[in-house]
Design a protein around this ligand. Structure first.
Ligand code: FES
Length: 67
């Protein structure tokens, strides 16, 4: 899924950036260009990065229960 349309950045690229050490939106802006133009991607990019970083902190399967 595209997160940043202006720079054609996907959620996959954001997860990869997180694995590479990106921790903040500023890191994503520097590495991938998100939020550099219209800025509409900021909220989604931040959420995606937080999910990716949370996943890295908890190795293995998610603890979230599924119904
Ligand atoms: S959608 Fe990311 S800067 Fe426009």
């Amino acid at each position: 899924m595209y997160v940043c349309v202006c720079h054609a950045v996907t959620d996959r690229q954001i997860r990869e950036a997180a694995q590479g050490g990106a921790r903040t939106l500023k890191d994503l802006r520097r590495d991938l260009g998100v939020t550099r133009d219209c800025g509409r991607c900021a909220s989604c990019a931040r959420d995606c990065l937080q999910e990716a970083n949370a996943g890295q902190n908890k190795p293995g399967k998610s603890l979230r229960k599924t119904a």
